[in-house]
Design a protein around this ligand. Structure first.
Ligand code: ASP
Ligand code: MG
Length: 593
């Protein structure tokens, strides 16, 4: 028999009417033949009210008592939902976290789940009950009540779905689903029928945040499709399923996003030798700032430029950290730029299609948008632009890739890395304990690519478009694209293509840029690309630190870098590929999932 977990957030159980509506939805699902577990949050802003109360009687409420207090919010909702179901003639039993048997560690207010018993829930379900589970809570070994951290009901829902082997985890919220982009920015944004876990992870952390990334990570790791839908819809309108599949195989781009408040820091003239990257990253890592769009250009005269973006609010802390490194590395200049935004397009389809980058760059050029940096992953292209151009750029790419129109074909195309076998319950619990930790899914070496670099590109719109149009006209599949800061307003653009296309690509690009005032076009017929792919990479600056430490220790120089939410790619000398792979596998042995 199929089993569905339905989660209702605070706004979806804020009033008696909404509670009754949630009860109806659960009964309807049961009548459709599913076993149903409901996970509920505290009503409305009840948790906030409880926090305020605590602060009104104490300047530093004890964490244990805080959990005792906050857990009551969910206890209220589960009881009321159960009563509402009874009222409608259904069978339902509410359970607190402790009654379910959600065991956690004793870190009050941010406890981690250590074990979940399924017996009691399963017995009730088999007896025809709808189980109403209190979100966000558990008990520790001594029976103390614990909570999982704010927003923790999503975690409870996906965790229960995982251990019960649910067919779907439905998240009822106040939006209709996941959109192709933020509808407040682009009126034509369309609700997607489906989006893959990996696409969603790239989009979620890009600011299209309908759901906490942590629950999507859960869904991906435990192979639970997550159905985001609107609790206000009385018609049971489907929302968006975040699962292994993307919406369409034919489409290169599924969604796009804008991150508004970016700042860029450039370290110009960094010695191009093993170990420098590690020094830079160790300093940033120590300041606990999440960095994005890390780019290292191909060096010239033994010096390279390294640039990366941070949220504008993190700029002072970051500058302080890199200032020290710059002092230690002779002759390095620190530059910074504010008022920038990042525009990204994401799609599983682009991994296997030519002519995505050129379309993106062309539509931006036609709208007069200057591109200040480029990074790519297999399923994402991000560009940095002036903040004043951000919204225009987002609208341009949304239009270019016709995201307002539903795809013509539905796909059976799925994301290989999501097709994991269903783990055993013991496995799931073991992995739950490490949930907030980093998991590296894959470390790979690609020995198929070569590099082309167009040097000294003037800082004006349209050049990237012309370069990649020339490459696309030859049907060459571009893998990695990197454009960094460029110290004096002139940047380099590097990209990789299969080795047998390097000469061709270099030739067509040379012709394309002949009259644009660029520097010489260089190429390296064979490079090695090392990639670390996994969950939580961007937020764990430690990945960069470890990666560059390992490469430095192995005496390997990094020629090019780019990053995304899920991936760090570095280009090294092809002769050093195997040694680099071995060094990285050793360095990440403990977190390799
Ligand atoms: N009620 C808790 C909170 O507001 C848990 C949740 O809603 O997910 O953080
Ligand atoms: Mg909530």
């Amino acid at each position: 028999m199929s089993l569905i977990v339905q989660k209702f957030g605070g706004t979806s159980v804020a009033t008696p009417e909404k509670i009754t509506e949630a009860a109806r939805k659960a009964i309807r699902a049961q009548q459709q033949g599913h076993q149903v577990v409901l996970v509920v949050s505290a009503m409305g802003k009840n948790t906030d009210t409880l926090v305020d109360l605590a602060n009104a009687v104490s300047t530093s409420p004890a964490a244990r008592e805080m959990d005792m207090l906050l857990s009551t919010g969910e206890q209220v909702s589960v009881a009321l939902v159960a009563m509402a179901i009874h009222e409608l003639g259904g069978k339902a039993t509410s359970l607190t976290g402790g009654q379910i048997g959600i065991k956690t560690d004793s870190s009050h207010t941010k406890a981690r789940i250590q074990n979940i018993s399924t017996e009691r829930m399963q017995a009730l379900l088999d007896d025809g009950h709808i189980v109403i589970a209190a979100g966000f809570q558990g008990t520790d070994e001594q029976g103390n009540i614990t909570t999982l951290g704010r927003g923790g009901s999503d975690t409870t829902a996906v965790a229960l779905a995982a251990v019960l082997g649910a067919d779907e985890c439905q998240i009822y919220t106040d939006v209709d689903g996941v959109f192709t982009t933020d509808p407040r920015q682009v009126a034509e944004a369309r609700k997607m029928e489906r989006v893959s876990h990996n696409e969603m992870l790239e989009l979620a952390s890009l600011g299209a945040g309908v759901m906490h990334s942590r629950s999507i990570e859960f869904g991906k790791k435990f192979n639970v499709p997550i159905h985001v839908r609107n609790s206000g819809s009385f018609t049971d309108e489907p929302g968006t399923v975040i699962g292994p599949e993307s919406e369409s195989a034919d489409r290169p781009v599924s969604g796009c996003a804008l991150t508004k408040n970016e700042a860029r820091i450039t370290l110009a003239g960094v010695p191009d030798q093993p170990g420098t990257m590690h020094q830079v990253f160790a300093a940033i890592g120590a300041s606990h700032v999440a960095v994005d769009m890390v780019v290292q250009d191909v060096g010239a005269d033994g010096r390279a430029d390294i640039s990366f973006t941070v949220l504008e609010s993190d700029l002072p802390a970051t500058l302080k950290a890199v200032g020290k490194v710059a002092d230690a590395l002779n002759g390095v200049e620190v530059q910074c730029e504010e008022n920038l935004s990042k525009v990204s397009v994401v799609g599983l389809g682009m991994a296997t299609q030519t002519g995505v980058a050129d379309r993106m760059f062309r539509c931006l050029a036609d709208d007069g948008v200057n591109i200040k940096a480029i990074t790519t992953s297999q399923i994402k292209i991000s560009v940095l632009v002036d903040r004043a151009d951000g919204q225009k750029a987002l609208r341009a790419v949304h239009r270019e890739f016709e995201l307002d129109k539903p795809p013509a074909s539905r796909s059976d195309y799925s994301d290989e890395s999501s097709q994991i076998e269903q783990p055993s319950p013991a496995d799931i619990v073991a992995r739950l304990q490490r949930m907030e930790d980093l998991t590296i899914e894959n470390i790979s070496l690609d020995q198929s690519q070569g590099r082309v670099t167009v040097t000294d590109i003037p800082d004006a719109p349209g050049i990237a478009a012309q370069i990649f149009e020339a490459v696309a006209a030859e049907n060459l599949l571009v893998d990695m694209i990197v454009q960094g800061a460029g110290a004096d307003g002139v940047a380099d653009i590097s990209f990789t293509v299969p080795r047998d296309s390097v000469a061709k690509a270099a030739k067509v690009v040379e012709e394309a840029v002949a009259n644009l005032g660029c520097g010489p076009v260089e190429n390296d017929p064979a490079v090695a690309i090392l990639s670390v792919f996994g969950i939580g990479i961007r937020t764990h600056v430690g990945v960069g630190v470890r990666m560059f430490a390992a490469l430095a220790e192995a005496g390997i120089n990094v020629d090019l870098i780019n990053t995304s939410e899920m991936r760090v790619n570095v280009v090294v000398d092809s002769a050093k590929g195997d040694a680099g792979l071995a060094a990285l596998k050793t360095a990440f042995a403990d977190v390799l999932g």
